[in-house]
Design a protein around this ligand. Structure first.
Ligand SMILES: [Ca+2]
Length: 155
């Protein structure tokens, strides 16, 4: 009996989220498979470890990402040292994009910032003409194309 009630409750939550929480988004969505994503990361970040969780990855154009990122950054809570810091911003960014936009071509990365300090951030896939490109995102302020060192890519 409990399982049935829990399933009905989850179905209502899913329906509510689908109806009311999905953000308005009009940019085109593209998709590539897990092995293509692995090949792209192997070429671009040969020293990084990549752990792929999904079979297919959805993403959009850079213009589409700029709209998403502007909305995401608006919702960010303030930075709290050694608590709500880089890892939390990176996890929040990845999780909310798949929840709100049905886009999972966003990855959580461990590496180093320009100063050499350990840092967590994100990488996105985007479509440019017929090519799939990648770009580093600083989820704390939405800056694109940072020169961070990439060590572990997860997603
Ligand atoms: Ca933290």
């Amino acid at each position: 009996m409990y399982n049935i009630i829990a399933k009905i409750k989850m179905a209502f939550i899913y329906l509510f989220n689908w109806l009311f929480r999905r953000k308005e988004f009009t940019y085109e969505i593209f998709q590539i498979g897990n092995s293509d994503v692995q090949a792209i990361f192997k070429l671009k970040y040969p020293d990084a470890t990549f752990s792929a969780c999904d079979g297919e990855y959805n993403f959009t154009t850079l213009a589409g990402w700029k709209q998403i990122i502007a909305e995401m950054v608006k919702d960010n809570s303030p930075y709290k040292k050694n608590f709500h810091d880089c890892d939390d911003f990176a996890d929040y960014f990845k999780g909310h994009i798949s929840n709100d936009y049905d886009i999972n071509g966003c990855f959580r990365v461990s590496g180093q910032s320009e100063s050499g300090a350990s840092h967590a951030f994100n990488i996105i896939l985007y479509q440019e003409g017929s090519d799939v490109m990648t770009c580093i995102v600083e989820p704390q302020d939405g800056t694109l194309f940072k020169e961070y060192k990439v060590s572990i890519i997860r997603g």
